[in-house]
Design a protein around this ligand. Structure first.
Ligand SMILES: C[S@@+](CC[C@H](N)C(=O)[O-])C[C@H]1O[C@@H](n2cnc3c(N)ncnc32)[C@H](O)[C@@H]1O
Length: 387
């Protein structure tokens, strides 16, 4: 198990990762939330020490670098506006991800110059389920769309026909047991992750999280925002098509169960709401938490075209849609074909053909009913302070 793609941590298995940059604005909300903490961050009151910023689950750092720049700008403004004004303090910016991340896009960038004068980039391949930095050393930690990954790349159970717990059938005894195991594992992992942050944050430091979530009020989650098809349902159907056609075994399909979990607001806040929990006793206090729904920008264009009675190119919409979908979900489909070694693994070219088939099937469905498909983001935004 050498590659991140096989382990299931990949989110860039497509030419079109750039399409996310162009078509999504959700990361900007995290920057605003993170940078907005700086003015009132009590840990920064001691200006004699460098400010330390930490991004958890950074991937290629594409979303992170602007957030670091924005935070550094706010720190400079804060220092300049102090009475008397303080000299500019150094800012340490740590890019963190799992050791199986595809690191080369980040490591080959000129981070020092991208982040600007007085900001010192560092990279850590630790995992956010471990303490990443020395105790009491971080002023502001943040994370965008990464903490749905569970600590182990092996899921705590497998589903009969679903890739994710949100689309598993709770009425099937076997799936119900797996869903319960996911829920318990996600709770234990979340506590472990928070205890690591409790250790590494300075007193008065904060953690800002934007994480995929399930909106308990509507049942919506990423790819299922109320405007038609649920992406994970359809994707699971496309994988199921391979089983029906005898191209994939049921055991292989079960392996496609993702080691990921979309928590609800209640699940995110549970350890912080309980004053006797290990997390509260470690000094973490919830400042704010809300679930937000970001409508799909791609679909907004389609809706505008429909409103203007302009022609819609359904094939082009399907192609863009599926390229983006593939970019963030193909690691889950690929899991079906094993770890890439051993008797059970299929040859790489065969896997590729089968994965291509899954997405071709998906594209045909989008082309037939483009208005049914959208990438809505449902995210939980949280601010947590170390007392
Ligand atoms: C969807 S990407 C988000 C990347 C980035 N934050 C962004 O906004 O573009 C999720 C990232 O979480 C990382 N990840 C998964 N498990 C992790 C862990 N235990 N520790 C650190 N990073 C992890 C993955 O490797 C991947 O790079």
């Amino acid at each position: 198990m050498s590659s991140r793609r096989e382990l299931g941590f990949n989110c860039t298995d497509s030419r079109s990762y750039a399409a996310w940059d162009e078509n999504t604005t959700f990361a900007k909300h995290l920057y605003a939330l993170a940078a907005g903490q700086i003015a009132s961050l009590k840990s920064l009151d001691d200006a004699s020490k460098p400010a330390v910023l930490l991004d958890l689950g950074t991937c290629d750092g594409r979303s992170t670098a602007p957030c670091f720049r924005e935070c550094a700008r706010h720190i400079r403004e804060r220092d300049a506006g102090a009475h008397p004004p303080r000299p500019q303090r150094p800012v340490v910016a740590i890019f963190e991800d799992h050791r199986h991340n595809e690191w080369s896009p980040l490591l080959t960038r000129d981070l020092k110059h991208e982040l600007g004068e007085g900001v010192f980039p560092l990279v850590s391949n630790t995992s956010f389920y471990e303490e990443v930095t020395a105790p009491g050393s971080v002023d502001l930690a943040f994370s965008n769309c990464a903490m749905h990954f569970l600590a182990s790349s092996e899921p705590p159970g497998t589903f009969q026909k679903a890739l994710r717990h949100v689309t598993a059938d709770a009425s099937l005894a076997e799936d119900a047991a797996a869903i319960a195991a996911f829920r318990a594992t996600a709770a234990a992992d979340w506590q472990r992750l928070l205890l690591c942050r409790a250790a590494e944050l300075k007193p008065g430091g904060r953690l800002v999280v934007s994480s995929f979530a399930v909106d308990e009020r509507t049942g919506f989650h990423w790819g299922h925002g109320g405007t038609g098809a649920s992406i994970y349902h359809v994707l699971a159907e496309c994988v199921q098509g391979l089983v029906r056609d005898g191209l994939l075994t049921s055991a292989e399909q079960r392996r496609a169960t993702s080691p990921a979990y979309y928590r609800s607001l209640a699940e995110f806040t549970a350890p912080l709401d309980d004053p006797n929990s290990a997390v509260s006793r470690a000094g973490l206090v919830l400042a704010s938490a809300e679930v937000r729904h970001f409508a799909c920008p791609l679909r907004a264009e389609l809706v505008a075209q429909r409103a203007a009675a302009a022609p819609v190119d359904a094939a082009a919409y399907a192609q863009t849609f599926v390229e983006m979908l593939r970019c963030v979900t193909s690691w889950e489909v690929v899991r079906a074909f094993g770890s890439g070694s051993g008797d059970e693994a299929r040859p790489a070219d065969e896997r590729q053909r089968l994965v291509d088939r899954v997405y071709a099937d998906f594209a045909a469905r989008v082309e037939a009913r483009p208005d049914d498909f959208s990438f809505d983001f449902v995210l939980c935004h949280m601010v947590i302070e170390k007392s």
